[in-house]
Design a protein around this ligand. Sequence first.
Ligand SMILES: [Zn+2]
Length: 304
Amino acid sequence: MQRSSTTENWPDALELGPVTVLTGQDQGKYPHGNSILVTGTNEKILVDPSLTIAERGISFDVDRILLSHVHEDHIPGMSRLPGVPVLCHEEDAVGLTSLDGLMSMYGLPGEIEEEFRKEVLEDFSYAPRKQVSTFTDGTTVDLGEVNIEVIHTPGHTRGHCAFLIPEARVVYLGDIELSGFGPYYFDAWSSLESFEKSLQLCGEIDADHFVTFHHKWVVSGKDRFLGMLRDFGTVITERELAMLAFMSEPKSVEDCALQRFVYRPSVDTKFVHHVETRSAQIHIDRMLRDGRLTQVTESSFRAA
Ligand SMILES: [Zn+2]
């Protein structure tokens, strides 16, 4: 752990060999996030340019930008790097080429979307890119004596990826953020089942340092990581058990949304009811499929 001259305006930066963690404001609490800079003998790649980067500016050269996925908070620092080539997974590229494309990934109801569009443009400096390069699972990016290996970990978005830098024994997990909130799988571009498979896959990654975009920052030690990964996934199981208990009497999707199985009662944002409704629908659909719920009327369901 030492500072380097490339990160002079980053007092919180952490060096892990060829990987420098550019710690975001409030250790990456949304709307900020933790970016990483990977330095090889041939090029330097910046991963997930955060809002902190947009605000502080960049004091080092960047040859290319790599994105774990395309969401508003993972791209604002691109405004400081006009013309620098950007790469993301092919299934998220639509979010970079137009604002309409990005909005289609969230799938928000009209009124919320209108407000969010303005935020993405004004607060996150969104600007579409005409030229976007893409990668797929298993792609290796060679920076010269240092490599970034792409591990497709869909679920949060279709194109979400983790990045393994074997030479540093570091893996960058993007929004597999290991927080107490648990996995976020409520967008049009999300999938609960894919997220669960990706969590399993993450448990098999051979690394010593696990970096998240938000909240947890750098988790060192595989055992510690595995414990946090398990707790993170358990949020899903506990949500379903709580829903099943609530549904011992017939309940509708709206009843479940109002009961709140995602957010605490104190949380009051424009997204809460939409997310609670999406979550309720996703879990009711799954529990109907696997027989844990039965349908009582057209719009009500009960634990089987
Ligand atoms: Zn995200």
